[in-house]
Design a protein around this ligand. Structure first.
Ligand SMILES: [Zn+2]
Length: 470
């Protein structure tokens, strides 16, 4: 799409990557000071509301866990060398490891060591949130170097009553109908699975905050699974406002896009994302909903069944770097981050502008030529703009949205939207508000002009003014 070319700025990509790099060293988990520090850095860029939920709070079938904080962890050989050192890489300690300080043989230590023989240079990322245990993750090469001697083993952590922390940012639009954007912020030094979503969502929120918006937007930066469950439990009364939603994760790597549809499968967000990915010009796949994955699992649980899909590049678990130290800052690319941001904006542009119209001249084609809306020389092929006008006029019966028309015609949404704006200005179309079936038979009266679209050009201009990383 043309939108993409005008926006695909490497500068923006570098700013996104720099933000991910700033967050990368923080030892995050589902609770504790790592996620607080992360939210504080996001909060320097957008006005984030921080929510603390006490340990022991019941959230549906779950309980908010104890708060975990990690200060240091190591395995020292008899000479005092740290052969495994949390200070070098925070993935070395299994998340939620309980405190330990002991001397033990390699045989005693071995059940607590985790490595990846198939990728011997990489450190795995492992957690034990709901079973008290401790462990070290190390490269298989490190593991093979360990000799049969006594080791000093230390996990200097605390696991006690505290809070689960999440961040929320609400942008009020003209309607109280909401778009939910959610990303998890609980993984330590993992770039694609965690930081790419956080960076893109933060920048997206900042861009939207400067716009005149049809929808209200709610951004969530939450610990995976338990954070989404906690948020849903605490916001049950307000969920009816959610019209569309996206979980953003794993959108910085070099792979093509993958969109996992909502459980509904035919929600407007599903159509909007599929349409945008079908036209953006790169590799993309649309996947059916499945009950495993990221927090769309919670939003799409049967009691809620919210129209929330998940936008990714490489799919979790299907790339070897997933949940290893190789998901690092080199694995995410500035140009892919900015392209992902642009795709998100393009998707939201569809949602913001998707309306139904009624053709005010439905009996035969209106005379476009006398309104200067047709080509002047008969016999020439019509161009894409005129073709888009014909499609919009033909299908604007109050039943078809602009997205329906874009899909049926194969024409990118942006051209269909432009055609609808021009035809409306010419008095040939009227916006159809509310339920199509109820309104289509009413006497035609031109409603207020549709609000100007959230244009990528405007957003690009805004970006260059507002995205300096503080
Ligand atoms: Zn993960």
């Amino acid at each position: 799409m043309m939108l993409l070319d005008s926006f695909n700025s490497l500068e923006l990509g570098h700013e996104l990557h720099e933000f991910a790099a700033r967050l990368y060293p923080i030892a995050r988990s589902i609770t504790g000071n790592g996620i607080r520090e992360t939210l504080a850095l996001i909060g320097q860029r957008i006005p984030l509301q921080i929510v603390e939920v006490p340990t022991g709070t019941t959230v549906f079938d779950w309980t908010v866990p104890k708060e975990w904080n990690i200060h240091d962890a190591y395995i020292k050989d008899p000479l005092g060398n740290r052969v495994v050192d949390f200070q070098r890489c925070n993935l070395h300690v299994m998340s939620y490891s309980t405190p330990v300080h002991a001397t033990m043989s390699l045989a005693e230590l071995r059940p607590h060591l985790l490595s990846l023989p198939e990728n011997p240079d990489w450190i795995p990322y492992r957690t034990s949130y709901y079973k008290e245990n401790w462990g070290f993750c190390l490269s298989h090469k490190q593991m093979l170097r360990m000799e049969d001697v006594e080791y000093e083993v230390c996990v200097d952590s605390t696991l006690k009553d505290g809070h689960l922390t999440y961040g929320e940012y609400y942008i009020r639009g003209r309607s109280t109908d909401e778009v939910l954007i959610s990303c998890h912020a609980c993984h330590p030094s993992l770039a694609n699975d965690n930081l790419s979503g956080i960076a893109v969502a933060t920048f997206l929120a900042r861009l939207l905050s400067t716009q005149d918006l049809r929808y209200s937007y709610r951004f969530l930066f939450i610990p995976g699974t338990i954070g989404a469950i906690t948020w849903l439990a605490q916001n049950r009364e307000n969920l009816r406002h959610i019209r569309h939603g996206l979980v953003l994760t794993g959108i910085g790597d070099a792979g093509g896009f993958n969109y996992k549809k909502s459980r509904q499968g035919d929600a407007e967000i599903d159509g909007a994302v599929a349409h945008v990915l079908g036209h953006y010009g790169g590799a993309a796949e649309v996947l059916q909903f499945s009950p495993y994955g990221y927090d769309e699992r919670q939003y799409c649980s049967p009691g809620f069944n919210l129209p929330v899909g998940c936008l990714m590049r490489s799919v979790w678990g299907k790339f070897p770097e997933y949940h290893t130290s190789a998901d690092n800052l080199d694995f995410i690319k500035p140009e892919k981050l900015s392209e992902s941001l642009l795709v998100c904006i393009t998707i939201l542009n569809v949602l913001e502008n998707n309306q139904r119209y009624i053709n005010l001249y439905p009996y035969c084609e209106p005379h476009l030529g006398k309104r200067n809306l047709y080509r002047s020389t008969g016999g020439e092929a019509i161009g894409p703009e005129i073709n888009a006008r014909l499609w919009v006029l033909n299908l604007s019966d109050g039943d078809h949205s602009l997205l329906n028309i874009a899909e049926r015609s194969g024409i990118p949404f942006v051209l269909i939207r432009d055609a609808a704006n021009i035809l409306s200005e010419a008095g040939l179309l009227s916006v159809c508000y509310g339920d199509a079936g109820a309104e289509r038979r009413l006497p035609y009266s031109p409603g207020p002009a549709p609000k100007p679209p959230l244009s990528a050009e405007q957003l690009a201009a805004e970006t260059s003014h507002h995205t300096k990383v503080r």
